[in-house]
Structure formats: structure tokens, C-alpha cells
Design a binder for this molecule. Structure first.
Ligand code: APR
Length: 167
């Protein structure tokens, strides 16, 4: 029986099998959590990403974690918020589902997600949290632990209000 956990902190420090990166379609790094993961993983991560040739929004790719505590990094590309009428919710749900599918295929037991698309990409945080938790609940029994790693206390509170059963 798997668990969904909500933690507040820096995803690059989590001792999990895989961390999910909120990347852009080039997979060549950026700011936010993408920048943090690349800084912590070291230059080998960028070299590994270069060989992947990018990633469309809603899909996921996996690389080693290099200097990160996590063995794997699963790179996914969230939708840019454009008002909600351009398929953003389906694309965001796909980011979580595809990342979980790739993780399962690689024998991952513990995985941590940032709040994909809710920073630079402007996705409304409340709606994004509901989409994230719905996907996590679909997959929870395929994993030991699925972690929602929230960077701020406000983000963590938002998730906890939507998931009373999450520890
Ligand atoms: N650990 C956990 N969460 C983090 C961290 C971190 N070290 N740094 C940032 N976050 C959080 C942000 O607070 C936000 O809630 O990650 C969430 C996603 O924000 P962004 O990193 O801006 O990602 P996103 O909105 O998906 O935009 C992706 O930004 O950095 C670029 O290359 C990236 O072009 C892509 C775009």
C-alpha cells in the first residue's frame, strides 16, 4: 500500500529514487526547479539531456541523477498557462501520469514531484495541485511513496487541504 506525502523543501535534497524536473521542451536547463536540479546534479546531467533531443509538453524522459541523492531524474515539460482553454489541464495531468509510468518502468519505489507549471509557466496553483493529487492517487499503489515537494509553506498548506489523508 503506497503513500502520498507532502513535504516542504528543496527537491534536490530529497533521498528518493527519482525526482521529477519541471523542464522546458529543450531539456537544456533553465531557472526555477530546473536550474536547481541541474546545479545540484552537475554538468553530466546537461550532457545526458543533450542526447535526448528534447521533449514535447506532457511527456517525460529519464536520466541518471548524477550528483543528486536521487538515482534518477525524470524530466517532464508542463503546459504554459494560457487561460485554461488550450488543453492545459490534460497536458498537466499527462506530465504526472507519464512521469509515474516512466518511473514504474524503471523500478522506482519512491518519487518526488515539484509543483509542475506553477512557477514560470503560470498555472494556477490550486487547480494544478488538484490535478497533481488526482494523478498521484491513481498510481499510489504502484509505488512505496509519492512525494509532493512544495517549495513554500503556502504551497504545502494548499496540498494538505486537498489531501487530508496525505501525511
Ligand atoms: N525544490 C522544489 N520546488 C521548487 C524548487 C526546488 N529547489 N525551485 C522551485 N520550485 C518550485 C516553484 O516554487 C514552483 O512551485 O517548482 C514549481 C515549478 O516552478 P518552475 O521551476 O518555475 O517550473 P514551471 O512553472 O514548470 O516552468 C518551467 O521554467 O525553469 C524554467 O526551464 C524551465 O522553462 C522551464 C520553466
Amino acid at each position: 500500500m503506497g503513500q502520498i506525502r507532502i513535504v516542504q523543501g528543496d527537491i534536490t535534497r530529497l533521498e528518493v529514487d527519482a525526482v521529477v524536473n519541471a523542464a522546458n521542451s529543450t531539456l537544456l536547463g533553465g531557472g526555477g526547479v530546473d536550474g536547481a536540479i541541474h546545479r545540484a546534479a552537475g554538468p553530466d546531467l546537461l550532457a545526458a539531456c543533450r542526447s535526448l533531443g528534447g521533449c514535447p509538453a506532457g511527456e517525460a524522459r529519464i536520466t541518471p541523477g548524477f550528483r543528486l541523492p536521487a538515482k534518477w531524474v525524470i524530466h517532464t515539460v508542463g503546459p504554459v498557462w494560457q487561460g485554461g482553454e488550450r488543453g492545459e489541464s490534460a497536458l498537466l495531468a499527462s506530465c504526472y501520469r507519464e512521469s509515474l509510468a516512466v518511473a514504474k518502468a524503471h523500478g522506482v519505489a519512491t518519487i518526488a514531484f515539484p509543483a509542475i507549471s506553477t512557477g514560470v509557466y503560470g498555472y494556477p496553483k490550486q487547480q494544478a495541485a488538484a490535478i497533481a493529487l488526482a494523478a498521484m492517487r491513481e498510481w499510489v499503489d504502484d509505488f512505496e511513496k509519492i512525494i509532493a515537494c512544495c517549495f513554500s509553506a503556502a504551497d504545502a498548506d494548499r496540498y494538505r487541504k486537498l489531501c487530508r489523508e496525505c501525511i
